[in-house]
Design a protein around this ligand. Structure first.
Ligand code: TYM
Length: 323
């Protein structure tokens, strides 16, 4: 099984990124024959237009993944733009990507629906993502639910290329975790940087506690019982609590007679404890910038070998570069 996934460096990673995707990266690196994970800085260019910030977020993102358990001896970690073959492959795929398919993609459609102007980068974003996936012959792509549409688009594009030019690309499959495919944000909507409703994985614990204490709750009378699942505080707590703590909290909800303040405090405590070991590892990694650059350079070199071979195969299939 060959695993691949990417994550955009548009700011600090949040719980949605971790529980929806990164946690899967770490689990899958143990069982995959090859695992490729990258920081999608080319995709981030569609939203981050500040060179210093993009560079910082890119390096921070790589440190975060390592701190959260990505092991460079098991998985290839690299920066998307360090493998230019993918951008070249993207063009080949673009020539066969139907406009209608891209017009139906949510990130583009939402922007247009809001009356905002989109650029060609946002419109063709899913084609670059398809190139990312197909370049490494990935068969499993661990993601959160919001990315499943892009993986479907990737499959459609690959199928069409294979149909026209003969079997060239491996068909990938998306993989989500049922328990955290769509992590809610502080307002109950999907947690997302663009909704400004995130809990950062490596937030300062004190600041995060304040953020949690400010979560708006309903005006349920104290004595009423309440179904835990679907309540934002409970759903977030369930991610960072132990199984016993989670069961006890669910029982408390069903019994009633609790205040939300109590739950928020429990959530802040559990969050601080859950991410404490990664926070320590992160501090150690951040103190070794040279080591990080070496990991990324080695990752890019390895990723390029694979992407080059796939690009060559695709070029030959469609009549380019065979003389
Ligand atoms: P991005 O950077 O928005 O998100 C990275 C990963 O985090 C997941 N995620 C969530 N999962 C559950 N609940 C949430 N609230 C939540 N928010 C984010 C995303 O589903 C994703 O898995 N287009 C991609 C990056 C990309 C990519 C790729 C992914 C570029 N090339 C190739 C896979 C394969 C993106 O914007 O993810």
């Amino acid at each position: 099984m060959r695993v691949l996934s990417g994550i955009q460096p548009t700011g600090p990673f949040h719980w949605g990124n971790y529980f929806g995707a990164i946690r899967q990266y770490i689990e899958l690196q143990e069982v995959a024959t090859e695992a490729y994970y990258f920081i999608a800085n080319l995709h981030a260019l569609t939203t981050v237009r500040d060179a210093a910030k993009l560079q910082q977020y890119t390096l921070d993102g790589a440190i975060d993944l390592l701190a959260l358990g990505l092991d460079p001896s098991r998985a290839t970690l690299f920066v998307q733009s360090d493998v230019p073959e993918v951008s070249e492959l993207c063009w080949l795929l673009m020539t066969g990507a139907p406009m209608g398919l891209l017009e139906r993609c949510v990130s583009y459609k939402d922007k247009i629906a809001k009356g905002l102007k989109a650029d060609a980068g946002l419109f063709t974003y899913p084609v670059l993502q398809a190139a990312d996936i197909l370049a490494y012959d990935a068969d499993v792509v661990p993601v959160g639910e919001d990315q499943l549409q892009h993986i479907e688009v990737c499959r459609d594009i690959a199928q069409s290329f294979n149909h026209h030019f003969g079997q060239t690309f491996v068909m990938p499959k998306g993989k989500i975790l049922d328990s955290s495919a769509r992590v809610p944000g502080l307002d109950g909507e999907k947690m997302s940087k663009s909704y400004d409703n995130t809990l950062a994985v490596f937030a300062d614990p004190k600041a995060q506690r304040k953020q949690i204490m400010r979560i708006v709750t309903d005006s349920r009378p104290m004595e009423d019982s309440k179904e835990p699942v679907g309540d934002v505080l409970y759903d977030l707590y369930a991610l960072v609590a132990t199984e016993d703590e989670r069961d006890a909290m669910a029982a408390l909800y069903r019994r009633g007679g609790f205040g939300y303040g109590e739950i928020k405090k429990a959530l802040a405590d559990a969050a601080e404890r859950y991410f404490a070991p990664a926070r320590e590892r992160r501090a150690a990694l951040a103190a070794e910038p040279q080591q990080l650059r070496e990991i990324l350079a080695a990752g890019a070199a390895k990723a390029r070998v694979k992407a080059k071979a796939t690009l060559k195969r695709a070029q030959q299939a469609c009549g380019l570069s065979d003389w």
